[in-house]
Design a protein around this ligand. Structure first.
Ligand code: SDX
Length: 441
């Protein structure tokens, strides 16, 4: 087992002294980045837990998929720098890389694209399922609901112990996520659903399903399709972020893949995570003009004010998020292509970034633009409303979620995730004693 090999190479030990007793724990080297202390035997040996809210110091699993160096602003999928993948790959090649571990050859890629394309259609009953949503439902609400519902339609790929079924479920989730996302958009517009076109690439097809309608022919622009594809690549995986950890935790109980991915979509929706792209654009619209930036920076620094600069700061990056850098450059290309010479929102975003990066508070806390800061400006220029931004993040992240879920299922030491707690509630109390006398709840 890899774990034992790593341990042999490493003679370092961690010692924890509790009262008078010393406990020793092995340290494992990462291929790159921080080593880890294996404290899995701590409770059995010392009858004590570790406490780490938000998992700021905890590695929850071993993984070979994605590497981040937060200080240097490096992101790699399976060893490849994100900048190179964004330039040279397309989204489906990156999906294949994330899931299978290395870049596919030409034949493998053609075959994989065909397999994914075969799954773009949805079961006809799902159309009825959509009719149950309110027209003004957030498209992420539809993503969560319909993704979970896939487990009732595709019952032949629910056996997580069958490798063939796992791979087929993965392809279904990735292919169908784009169709579900486009349907959610069409439903909110009150327009008819558009069937997928399997002669188009993944990104072209997604744009086609969103923007064509029965009255007009929509020709997919290669510039916008390339921008869309790059956005999908950049959002495809990001090691053990909140939604991926949610997928792993849900999957650790043996839940089916569609249910696990629906859990990931739910986690992604929050404004501190994938929902920040919608929130960032709405924030820029609220700020309105560069002359108001100082006021909003002051709000972001005020501990009594819940306002935060959306699209800024990151748990891991203490440097510029490399994805934000790429997105900033795509922004300019897309705006030029759609004929926007001077987008006031882009100018505002760049002014805000400049002021924040030179501000003492943001410098000291090492807060930089993250992936969600510029993506919304591009997606808006392509034609999407803010509610669709997180949906597009979710479509991209199905790649990482399924790759990480597969890795977890195939890990021989995988067991159900079950954290413990620091209990600070009441000790045993006799029934009825201390019954509330207030009527405030
Ligand atoms: C994503 O984890 C991933 O990999 C996620 C992601 C992915 O690809 O999966 O990269 C995608 O989720 C990007 C992040 C999107 N979220 C936002 O843009 C929302 C705004 N940012 C933050 O709320 C915050 O920075 C987080 C949630 C991203 C990170 O939270 P942490 O690591 O728990 O850090 P923290 O909130 O404890 O912040 C540290 C300090 C705090 O001040 P102090 O209490 O130490 O005085 O920095 C301050 C924070 O108040 N701070 C900010 C800020 N972000 C952090 N202050 C103002 N504006 C901000 N945006």
């Amino acid at each position: 087992m890899v774990r034992k090999k790593l341990n042999k190479k490493n003679n370092r030990k961690a010692k924890i002294i509790i009262d008078e007793t010393t406990y020793e724990f092995p340290i494992y080297n990462s291929t790159e980045g921080e080593a880890v202390i294996d404290i899995s035997k701590l409770h059995a040996e010392a009858n004590i837990f570790t406490y780490d809210p938000g998992f700021t110091s905890t590695a929850s699993c071993e993984s070979k998929i994605t590497y981040i160096d937060g200080d240097k602003g490096i992101l790699r999928y399976r060893g490849y720098d994100i900048e190179e993948l964004a330039k040279k790959s397309d989204f489906i090649e990156v999906v294949n890389l994330l899931i299978y571990g290395d870049l596919p050859n030409k034949e493998q890629l053609t075959k994989y694209k065909r397999l994914i394309t075969r799954h773009t259609l949805l079961h006809e009953q799902i159309i009825n399922f959509f009719q149950g949503f309110r027209r003004d439902a957030h498209p992420m609400a539809m993503m969560v609901g319909v993704m979970g519902a896939l487990s009732s339609f595709y019952q032949d790929t629910l056996n997580i112990n069958d490798s063939h079924q796992r791979q087929e479920a993965t392809r279904r989730i990735i292919a169908k996520s784009a169709t579900i996302g486009a349907m959610a958009y069409k439903y909110s517009l009150g327009q008819a659903f558009v069937s997928p076109r399997n002669n188009l690439s993944f990104s072209e097809n997604f744009l086609y399903m969103c923007f064509s309608n029965t009255a007009e022919n929509y020709k997919v622009s290669p510039v916008l399709a390339k921008a869309m594809d790059t956005i999908l690549i950049l959002h495809a995986d990001h090691e053990q972020n909140a939604s991926t950890s949610t997928v792993r935790l849900a999957g650790s109980s043996g839940a089916n893949p569609f249910a696990c991915i629906a859990a990931g979509v739910s986690s992604l929706w929050g404004p501190a995570h994938g929902g920040a792209n919608q929130a960032a654009l709405e924030m820029l619209e609220e700020i309105g003009s560069s002359k108001n930036i100082k006021k909003y920076i002051a709000k972001a620094k005020n501990k009594k004010d819940p306002f935060k600069l959306m699209g800024f700061g990151h748990r891991v990056y203490k440097n510029y998020d490399p994805r934000a850098k790429i997105l900033k450059s795509i922004c300019l290309k897309v705006l030029k292509h759609v004929g926007v010479k001077n987008d006031p929102i882009l100018k505002l975003a760049m002014d805000l970034e400049k002021i924040a990066l030179n501000d003492k508070y943001f410098k000291e806390k090492r807060l930089y633009p993250n992936v969600d800061f510029y993506s919304g400006i591009i997606l808006r220029a392509i034609g999407f409303p803010p509610e669709m931004f997180t949906v597009i993040f979710a479509i991209a992240r199905t790649a990482g979620w399924t790759a990480q879920w597969t890795e977890m299922i195939e890990d021989p030491i995988q067991k159900i995730g079950r954290p413990r707690q620091l209990y600070t509630g009441k000790r045993v109390i006799k029934y009825g004693v201390g019954r509330s006398s207030k009527n405030t709840r």
